[in-house]
Design a protein around this ligand. Sequence first.
Ligand code: PLP
Length: 359
Amino acid sequence: MSKIFNFSAGPAIMPKEVLRQAQAELLDYQGSGMSVMEMSHRGDEYIAIQAEAEKNIRTLLGVSDAYHVLFLQGGATTEFALVPMNLLHPGQSADYTLSGAWGKKAVDEAKGIGKVNVIADTNAARPCRVPTPAELKETPGAAYLHITSNETISGAQWKTFPKSTAPLVADMSSDIASRVIDVNQFGLIYAGAQKNLGPSGVTVVIVRKDLAEGARKDIPSIFRYQTHAENESMLNTPPCFSIYLLMLVTRWIAKQGGVAAVQKINDAKAAKLYAAIDASQFYRGAANPAHRSTMNVTFTLPSEDLEKKFAKQAEAEGLKQLKGHRSVGGLRASIYNAFPAEGVDALVSFMREFEKKNG
Ligand SMILES: Cc1ncc(COP(=O)(O)O)c(C=O)c1O
């Protein structure tokens, strides 16, 4: 197998160890004679897989009994709609912060469902950043305050979360389980799995029980968090194979020493890359240093032509998928939990060589 480093923003690199185990068990899961793909989701084997997935999420993130952990489908994009459908009651409004493209999508979707106040908008700020506490003026009586904890495209990340009166709702798609957080600060957390938790196809939703219970009941049951909770995420057929892989990935995170241990590694990987950017006049970080993401390191070169050349040559040397998102350009190195430190070293060496030849 050729050696490459996969900087994809998502779906993203998975731990090799997990893929090997899935490969070994693909045709015959633990002597059952069946693949996990072929089993009934109501059978003992699969129920044990999903129960472990939930237990692992609870242990790794420190999720108390006050919260449901749900495994849903439709990606984080579906949560852009489900959050307001559930939590935004008639006559209420919801506060949103908008610090990048994903926050904007969340706002646009919520606007079609109820009254939305964008209380801070740093989407156009360059360097990219998230709002400061002083910029947040909560609307009295707001149903919730929504943030995007890490803007995958711009590379701006909340380092400390706002202390809001309304329940805090976070799209954590691109940094869940990458750093220690206090779940108790949040009313609801959602994340598509395809960056730090597994493959695409499953969305993790962590919702405070009282919020799920008090949510709107006048929406179809398939869209209600409470119905999914009452049915233990088995209201309908769950994405069994994705959840199985999520279970293996969360087991792998625990084996690394848990979220605190992977956070240390993530911080070191990101620091090395940002140091290389800061040491040069050729590369420029796209995010404000105080809000730089440890997951998606975004940077620019002096011209678009050079950026294209960089991405092309890097690709040829096995440094894959470094091109920035089409909406913002530049370069983006996504270095999620499973991304190896040696890949960061390889990128830093490549950056130095490229600058020598083109700087
Ligand atoms: C922060 C963030 N939110 C939402 C999404 C959309 O996720 P999905 O494609 O799973 O709907 C993404 C996808 O990359 C993301 O990075």
